[in-house]
Design a protein around this ligand. Structure first.
Ligand SMILES: Cc1ncc(COP(=O)(O)O)c(C=O)c1O
Length: 372
């Protein structure tokens, strides 16, 4: 399918762009364009267009609004050392979007269309990304059921949209330590449910626990398994790693996938990267009790969260309804810092991309002189 390009006739002036991107709170500074495509049972995927960012007009009976037949992704484009832009592991995000789609009875978006849309939007709005290593373009692909009907069945019509926003990271510019709230009251995902899919409803269902976390002065909620509320699973929008030991004896453990955890692309990157840096890593269950006792005994020395938006963020304090404890020294530990640095270097093309994780975006060039 040919993606038609209809960019804005009059782009926003550079000084207005600079004003908007000066201090972008996560998710608020959207760029000037978007990609849109449609799917129906007769034509399959069609009508792919790059066009100016604009509100949609939706029928009030749109299925996605009523029954949550919505899947999405989150991936990033970085300005690399040579000034051009590259996207981190887009093929893996395309695959996860297809897997999420299968779970929600949404038609799968072909990888080719996913990649073409990413290339087109990043190339079109490249000037939005300031020449600042702490900033990136967060890309948000979403597919929603657009048919107008109140019938409860898989819809016959869908829209694909791709948006981009300028971001410094979910927790802001500095990778400050994160204080987490472990909920023993709510569950995110049960066996057989949608935990492994990136679908809208998972996030709506997590908001109450997330707000409870905030009310307790915490940044993020940690989810436990739904059956026993004993095993650590993940956080609201990121996966978790535990560091046991220090120095040459340090090793990593992350909870195993198994249908209730989102298979993070960053998680997978750390799983592959760590052994290359001499850090053994295992996918094994960690209980809440083991987390507490491990920290108290000094066996668990660091814990970090990782995700596309959150990058690699140290967890320094853990709170439950009954108790709280500090992880390690309460600051960014050496292992977390090293992994964060290594991953970031790969993403920015500062070290050779031996794993084929970066997709260079054709037509992107160094930021114009004077860009902020
Ligand atoms: C629930 C959840 N877990 C983990 C992650 C981390 O996944 P990734 O590293 O692919 O961004 C995300 C973010 O997409 C998420 O929403």
């Amino acid at each position: 399918m040919k993606l038609v390009r209809n960019p804005a006739a009059r782009p926003l002036p550079a000084d207005e762009r600079a004003r908007r991107t000066a201090a972008p709170a996560f998710g608020t500074v959207l760029t000037e364009h978007m990609v849109s495509a449609r799917h129906d049972t007769t034509h399959g995927w069609h009508d792919a267009r790059l066009e100016p960012y604009a509100p949609l007009s939706l029928d009030p009976a749109t299925v996605g609004l009523h029954y949550g037949q919505v899947v999405f992704e989150g991936l990033k484009a970085f300005r690399t050392e040579d000034g051009s832009l590259a996207v981190f592991r887009p093929e893996d995000h395309a695959r996860r979007l297809r897997e999420s789609a299968r779970r929600l009875m949404v038609p799968e978006l072909p990888e080719e269309l996913f990649l073409e849309s990413v290339d087109a939007l990043v190339a079109q709005d490249q000037a939005w990304l300031p020449d600042d290593p702490d900033m990136s373009l967060y890309l948000r692909p979403v597919v929603f059921a657009s048919e107008a009907t109140l019938a409860l069945r898989p819809a016959h019509e869908y829209r694909y949209l791709l948006l981009a926003c300028v971001t410094e990271g979910y927790f802001g510019r500095a990778q400050r330590p994160v204080r987490v709230w472990v909920t023993e009251e709510f569950s995110r995902a049960a066996p057989g449910g949608t935990g492994a899919a990136k679908c809208a409803g998972n996030y709506a269902a997590g908001l109450l626990a997330q707000e409870t976390a905030r009310a307790h002065g915490c940044d993020q909620v940690v989810w436990l398994d739904a059956a026993e509320h004993r095993w650590v699973e993940e956080m609201g929008g990121m996966n978790l790693f535990f560091v046991f030991g220090t120095g040459d004896d340090a090793r990593l453990v992350t909870p195993p996938l198994g249908g209730t955890i989102l298979p993070g692309v960053t998680r997978d990157s750390i799983l592959r990267l760590a052994p290359e840096l001499g850090l053994p890593v295992a996918e094994a269950p960690v209980s809440l009790e083991e987390w507490r006792k491990g920290c108290e005994a000094g066996e668990i020395t660091e814990v970090f969260a990782c995700g596309t938006a959150a990058r690699v963020s140290p967890v320094n304090e853990v709170c439950t309804a009954e108790t709280s404890w500090t992880v390690g020294e309460g600051t960014m530990g050496a292992v977390t810092a090293r992994l964060s640095r290594e991953l970031f270097a790969i993403q920015r093309g500062a070290v050779p991309d031996r794993r084929g994780w970066l997709r260079a975006v054709p037509g992107t060039v160094p930021a114009p002189a004077g860009a902020v």
